[in-house]
Write a protein that binds this ligand. Structure first.
Ligand SMILES: NC(=O)C1=CN([C@@H]2O[C@H](COP(=O)(O)OP(=O)(O)OC[C@H]3O[C@@H](n4cnc5c(N)ncnc54)[C@H](OP(=O)(O)O)[C@@H]3O)[C@@H](O)[C@H]2O)C=CC1
Ligand SMILES: O=C(O)C(=O)[C@@H](O)[C@H](O)C(=O)CO
Length: 280
């Protein structure tokens, strides 16, 4: 393939820079993860999104070491699993994630789900603040938090989350929650950015793709990039890993952007954060 593109950074609310495009590893079998992450790093990705829940942190760490890259060259995110929301459990879970990744620090650590009916996420967030103060993570954030959850954090805790990682794709544009985040200095990370493939046969996206001579996946990912969100598509297919990074040498018009945003139908492919209380 041709040389790797330059991926722009987004500056988080504490000054930390995060590559706007990364590589997600949800549903990559642990036995396949080292090879998949290594392929992504070889292709030019410098940002990996994992989680304790995915069961593949060890393999992510192995891939980074096998790549020969410096630890500081790659932005690594992991997430606190749902069973560890109590203060002491959260501290211990963070240390376990670091141990499994075999890293001295994480770039970003997130509360994976708010779990509103199970525990008190403000207690969990105080543990995250303690982890942040320890210097073993460069930034802390949340995932799947709704406006009400964020409002409670603002009222009862000190550190404003650096990011909120939420489901966003053309069928779930999330404009209200994204705007709320932007108003409070919280960057949006868009999970399942191509809706696990479900938006790729959409007629509007296909027509734009034909006109700009790109694939529907590239058009959809470019829509996220131009909206300013952070994305990390997942693929175990080398040709798609290469396709998904080629987003920085074309542009969508204002009309393309509006047409894709108008596909919003409030349709989730994942759980509803207000009612999701699953402990793996
Ligand atoms: N915080 C949270 O609660 C959540 C976070 N996430 C994060 O977001 C990441 C991405 O989301 P994910 O759910 O994996 O879904 P994605 O929207 O990234 O879609 C992944 C699926 O699309 C396929 N695919 C990838 N690229 C292409 C392409 N160019 N053309 C056609 N098909 C393609 C993949 O197939 P194949 O692999 O076979 O090539 C896979 O089946 C996760 O890996 C994870 O890091 C995801 C869900 C929830
Ligand atoms: O991928 C993630 O990060 C998730 O949280 C999802 O797996 C989510 O928990 C789910 O889809 C459960 O069915």
């Amino acid at each position: 393939m041709t040389s790797a593109p330059t991926i722009p950074d987004i500056t988080l609310n504490n000054g930390v820079a995060i590559p706007q495009l990364g590589f997600g590893v949800f549903q990559i079998d642990p036995k396949d993860t080292e090879a998949a992450v290594l392929a992504a790093l070889e292709t030019g990705y410098r940002h990996i999104d994992t989680a304790e829940m995915y069961g593949n942190e060890k393999e992510v760490g192995r891939a980074l070491r096998a790549s020969g890259l410096d630890r500081s060259d790659v932005f690594v995110t992991s997430k606190l699993n749902n069973g560890y929301h109590a203060y002491g459990d959260a501290l211990a879970a963070f240390s376990r994630s670091l141990g499994d990744l075999a890293m001295e620090y994480l770039d970003l650590f997130l509360v994976h789900w708010p779990m509103p009916a199970v525990g008190d996420y403000t207690e969990t967030w105080r543990a995250m603040e303690e982890i942040y103060r320890s210097g073993r993570v460069k930034a802390i954030g949340v995932s799947n938090f709704q406006i009400g959850h964020l409002d409670r954090l603002f009222q009862e805790t000190s550190v404003v989350p650096a990011v909120n990682q939420i489901e966003v794709h053309p069928y779930l544009a999330q404009d209200e929650l994204r705007a709320f985040g932007a108003d409070h200095g919280i960057a949006t990370e868009a999970w399942s950015p191509i809706a696990q493939g479900k938006v790729l046969d959409n007629a509007v996206i296909k027509a734009i793709a034909t006109r700009v001579e790109r694939t529907p996946a590239q058009v959809t990912l470019r829509w996220h990039i131009q909206r300013g969100d952070i994305v990390f598509p997942k693929s175990v297919t080398r040709s798609r890993v290469e396709e998904n990074i080629r987003l920085f040498d074309f542009e969508l018009t204002r009309d393309d952007m509006a047409q894709i945003t108008a596909l919003d139908r409030g349709e989730r492919i994942g759980p509803d954060p207000d009612t999701f209380n699953w402990v793996p």
